[in-house]
Structure formats: C-alpha cells, structure tokens
Design a protein around this ligand. Structure first.
Ligand SMILES: [Zn+2]
Length: 149
C-alpha cells in the first residue's frame, strides 16, 4: 500500500478485475483471465488493457517476476466499496439518505450478525441524531427549497 488513491473512478469492467486481485492478493494476467473468461467473455488482450489502465490510475501495482507480471492492489476492497457507496450518496440530497439506507436494508438478505451490528450502530447514532438533516444541494436540484418562501 503506497499512495492512497481516493476518489479514483473505477469503471464496471475494472471493478470485475479488481475483485479478482482483492480475492487473490497477487495475480498474473493469466489468473485474471481464467477467472473472468466465462463470466465476462473477454480476451487476454482485453484483460491486459484493463490491467494496464488500473496500473496507470495507480489502483494496481505491478512488478516483474521472471517472465511474468504480478499485480497487487494499491487500494483495499473495503475502502473502494466505501468510496463507491459514498459516490451514490453524493448524488442525492442529504435529507433522503436515511430513506435510501432503509430501502437498501429492506431489499437485502442479512444475517443475525449483520442485524446485531446494525442495531448497535443505530443505538450509537441516536446520541448524534438531529431534529432535521440539513439539505446540501444547490437550489433547484432538490425539492427542499420549494417549501421556503
Ligand atoms: Zn436538498
């Protein structure tokens, strides 16, 4: 892990490759193609192009080992997922975030452990709760301003 690559946009195709790197720690392009061949129907050259782009973006590191190139992640999966989720919430009014989180919870299967953790988080959040969440949008990008005169 060298420089943090916060706010680097990872495309859908790149994300597929990153999952292989995260799951295996150190991968060759051969490994990536063996995992994604069927799922994505990509050629070796497509995968090499994507790997090259990820290195250029600083998301992957590469080192030569004999005749092979080994790729390792420069950003942790947890961190990348968090940024990805943050991206989504940056697209909506702060006032709607709670509602969207509620929908996400409703729409997904959770374990008892997940629910325990969520309950603890919510209990803790009560100490910092506010009467009303502040809108963060420029006027005209959400309905909040319409109710004021
Ligand atoms: Zn708003």
């Amino acid at each position: 892990m060298s420089t943090p690559v916060a706010s680097t946009h990872i495309t859908d195709a790149e994300w597929e490759v990153m999952r292989v790197v995260w799951a295996n720690d150190r991968v060759t392009s051969k490994k990536v193609i063996s995992v994604l061949k069927e799922k994505m129907d990509w050629t070796q050259s497509t995968i090499k192009t994507i790997l090259g782009r990820l290195v250029e973006k600083g998301v992957l590191n590469t080192e030569q080992e004999g005749r092979k190139f080994i790729y390792t992640a420069n950003i942790e999966e947890k961190e990348a997922v968090r940024e990805y989720a943050e991206d989504i919430f940056n697209r909506i009014c702060n006032k709607k975030v709670g509602n969207v989180i509620g929908n996400i919870i409703e729409d997904h299967v959770l374990s008892f452990d997940d629910i325990d953790r969520l309950e603890k988080i919510l209990e803790m959040k009560k100490s910092f709760a506010v009467e009303e969440v502040d809108c963060n949008c420029p006027e005209g990008q959400c309905e909040c301003h319409l109710h004021h005169h």
